[in-house]
Design a protein around this ligand. Structure first.
Ligand code: SF4
Length: 272
């Protein structure tokens, strides 16, 4: 089986490849669904993921202008209530962030393929663009770890390449882009990543190389780092252990896969 052309790469698929080439092959080329538990305790993990998704919907509706007091009534569990209270204290007035585009997707060609990202929020004010990403992690990851995640690289890069439509027809210079991971349980300690032309060029080169590497591969080896297998759905398929890891220890590793329920006609994309 081969990679479909054009293939739509996202931060998730690139992160999978970065973590383990075999995982990329099984998930995106062979499309093997293998319903193993990704993290334990399974029910607690599932509930946390569902609440995280629900929180994202509340945040989107807040930025679409729905009254916060109505949204607050939907935050019914202790986690959701706490996250919502923290959120509304941090972002009481959506308009204060500038022109906001919640849940917006951007796409651009890359080699023979396409790069796609779906953002929680892009806010543009005075020509400067801020990418917001809400994280419902139980533990706050180190900034050094977030800095090298594919999400941090792909999101900033793609906004510089394909963000023109959000900025009145003007391209957004890398120096005018920053990305903020805002943690629902650590509201006063967001991770902020600036951007510049040197990083933009480095990211573009690295992404092209990575995608070229995937395209040219005959073999997709299993990772040597068996810690990556603890939260991987293919663990027993690969004979890398039957027991899932504890989500408290590596929530981000076990983060739910992005689902791209996207109407491509609505995606802002520069021409192929
Ligand atoms: S179980 Fe390990 S080797 Fe197999 S796909 Fe997952 S991360 Fe890769």
């Amino acid at each position: 089986m081969e990679l479909s052309k054009p293939f739509t790469f996202s931060q998730s698929s690139l992160q999978d490849y970065f973590d383990c080439a075999r995982r990329f092959q099984l998930r995106y080329i062979e499309k093997l669904s293998y319903p193993a538990i990704e993290a334990e305790p399974a029910l607690e993990n599932e509930s946390r993921i569902e609440q995280g998704q629900f929180f994202h919907r509340l945040a989107q509706q807040h930025f679409l202008g729905l009254p916060p007091e109505k949204l607050a009534r939907l935050a019914t569990s202790p986690d959701l209530t706490r996250w919502w209270d923290n959120f509304i204290r941090a972002f009481p007035h959506p308009a204060a962030l500038g022109a906001g585009s919640p849940e917006v997707a951007l796409s651009a060609p890359m080699g023979n393929h396409r790069l796609l990202a779906k953002y929680d929020l892009i806010a543009i004010k005075d020509g400067r663009a801020t990418i917001y990403d809400w994280k419902t992690y139980h533990k706050r990851p180190k900034n050094e770890w977030m800095a090298i995640r594919m999400q941090t690289r792909v999101y900033r890069y793609l906004l510089a390449v394909a963000g023109t439509s959000l900025n009145g027809g003007e391209s957004i210079q890398p120096e005018n882009i920053e990305m903020i991971y805002w943690y629902t349980d650590y509201p006063d300690d967001p991770a902020v990543f600036k951007y510049d032309t040197a990083q933009f060029k480095r990211d573009g080169d690295a992404l092209e190389k990575l995608i070229g590497d995937i395209e040219g591969r005959a073999e997709f080896e299993k990772t040597d780092d068996e810690k990556k297998c603890a939260y991987c759905t293919y663990r027993s398929y690969c004979a890398r252990g039957a027991q899932a890891g504890d989500w408290h220890d590596a929530e981000a590793e076990a983060e739910a896969l992005e689902t791209f329920d996207i109407n491509f006609e609505q995606v802002a994309e520069i021409a192929f």
